[in-house]
Write a protein that binds this ligand. Structure first.
Ligand SMILES: Cc1cc2nc3c(=O)[nH]c(=O)nc-3n(C[C@H](O)[C@H](O)[C@H](O)COP(=O)(O)OP(=O)(O)OC[C@H]3O[C@@H](n4cnc5c(N)ncnc54)[C@H](O)[C@@H]3O)c2cc1C
Length: 442
């Protein structure tokens, strides 16, 4: 078995593509179990090659990592474990964790052994995340947790959670928060799924009643959780702005979904990945070419308003692509373009909204039909262009989510206004007054 320390660090984009192709030829075997395949992929540094070498990655740039995932997909191999562990927890722990914590948690993420969820938002703390009130109180070598989280995506499939808890209410709110790892399989943790208008239940309420976290599971230091959370949020924004591109085939990581023991080859057909795969598909907006194909089928390609919408969708997609190229060029030159990740996320929201409106006008009345369960799909399957129209309806129902998760559109604009354009913040004493003295709802 390849140990991560032995994984060679590759230099140029061409050699990376050649190397992953050669590695796949030697290692991909659809008869392996999902767990066996992910162990190979993860320990060779290919599950998340942007991670540093000491954190089970290869230190590659985002664009090189995208070439790797495209190569895995076009080779027809099962891609890396989907979900929030790889997207958020691994890079956060790689940035702020000790080597011991990296070996304990990141190894389990890149090999898909554990599924993760993000326990940040609360009923009273979403946009104002630093106002969270879940309490962690020290008891010997442990923290005792009490509180409630909400909108926890894939919480029902998670083994571990990225928990933000208040460890000191007597200091200003940003200074008394700690980022810790919560074991979701314990008596004090209750997960209740919430059904969405799409028919799925991707997210959940999570109640913690005297739940326990060992002190060794604190990441990035006591009361330093705001800095650590900002790392998580930066990776979330960058991942969402990129639209989950290059996803390919995936399966659900972790012990709960019970996919680890199945054959990897079973998952190498479109849309078999379960909720994580569905999520990746939903994050990727439908390109104009699919819309144009449907418009030709339905005759809507003659409608000047539809034609204008298609041109706008194409233009927005190109603007997003050019911005990604600008960011790549700036990074290669050792520079940054402030606010571009926020702009990328706003553009993604615009593309989703336009795709919804345009898609529904092309699909016509058929676009209002939706099967809320797989069993109810039967009558829809017989309708013309049923696959494309169902994708449009699914996308239209989901399009409300991207402008909210990972920080709402309004919050992205506030960040650009305050941190990039230098506009004044709203007057507030919440950076100086202790959290315990701030006014609270209810
Ligand atoms: C599909 C989905 C998945 C999610 N998954 C997760 C997850 O896995 N883990 C997790 O922790 N959270 C998750 N979230 C929660 C998400 O991060 C929050 O919904 C989001 O941060 C907004 O918080 P809120 O819902 O409490 O809205 P609020 O903060 O109450 O905002 C309500 C409205 O007021 C506006 N607003 C609030 N403050 C300001 C301000 N200062 N200036 C201007 N406008 C303002 C907002 O833009 C919004 O329109 C998810 C959300 C969705 C929709």
């Amino acid at each position: 078995m390849t140990k991560v320390e032995d994984a060679p660090k590759v230099e140029s984009s061409e050699s990376i593509v050649e190397e992953i192709r050669a590695w796949l030829k030697e290692n991909w075997d659809p008869k392996l179990t999902v767990a066996e395949w992910w162990e190979r992929l993860g320990l060779a540094g290919w599950s998340s090659p942007t991670l540093p070498v000491n954190a089970y990655g290869r230190g590659l740039s985002r664009s090189d990592a995208l070439s790797v995932s495209r190569e895995i997909a076009s080779f027809g191999a099962l891609g890396p474990p989907g979900g929030l562990g790889l997207l958020l927890a691994a890079p956060t722990i790689a940035t702020h964790g000790t080597q011991e914590q990296i070996d304990l948690y990141v190894r389990g993420i890149v090999t898909g052994q554990q599924g993760w969820c993000q326990l940040f938002s609360e009923p009273g703390a979403g946009s104002d995340l630093a106002g969270l009130s879940t309490r962690a109180v020290k008891d010997g070598d442990e923290w005792v947790i009490n509180g409630q989280k909400v909108w926890t995506s894939l919480g029902q499939f998670a083994d571990l959670g990225m928990l933000l808890a208040r460890t000191d209410p007597e200091v200003p709110k940003h200074q008394g928060i700690t980022w810790m790892v919560l074991d979701m399989h314990q008596a004090g943790v209750e997960v209740r799924p919430l059904r969405e208008m799409t028919g799925n239940a991707l997210f959940n309420e999570v109640f913690m009643t005297d739940a326990h976290v060992p002190d060794s599971a604190v990441i990035g230091g006591l009361n330093n959780g705001w800095a650590v959370a900002n790392t998580t949020l930066a990776f979330e924004r960058a991942g969402l702005g990129a639209g989950g591109g290059g996803a390919g085939f995936s399966a659900m990581p972790g012990t709960v979904a019970e996919q680890l023991g199945r054959k990897a080859g079973e998952f190498v057909t479109p849309r078999t990945g379960g909720p994580a795969g569905d999520m990746a598909a939903m994050l990727s907006p439908m390109g104009p070419s699919a819309m144009i194909a449907l418009a030709r089928q339905t005759g809507k390609d003659k409608d000047p308003v539809v034609r204008q919408g298609l041109a706008r969708l194409h233009t927005l997609g190109e603007v997003a692509r050019f911005n990604t190229e600008r960011m790549k060029a700036a990074r290669a030159a050792g520079r940054d373009i402030p606010g571009l990740a926020n702009i990328a996320k706003l553009t993604m929201s615009d593309i989703m909204r336009l795709s919804r409106d345009l898609g529904l006008s092309i699909a016509g009345a058929q676009g209002t039909l939706h099967a809320y369960t797989q069993d109810a799909r039967g009558p829809l399957d017989g309708l013309p262009n049923s696959g494309l129209v169902s994708s449009i309806t699914g996308l239209a129902l989901h399009a409300q989510a991207p402008p909210i998760y990972g920080g709402t559109d309004q919050i992205q604009r506030n960040i650009i206004g305050e941190r990039v354009l230098g506009l004044p913040k709203e007057p507030s004493n919440d950076r100086t007054a202790p959290f315990s003295e701030l006014p609270k709802n209810g």
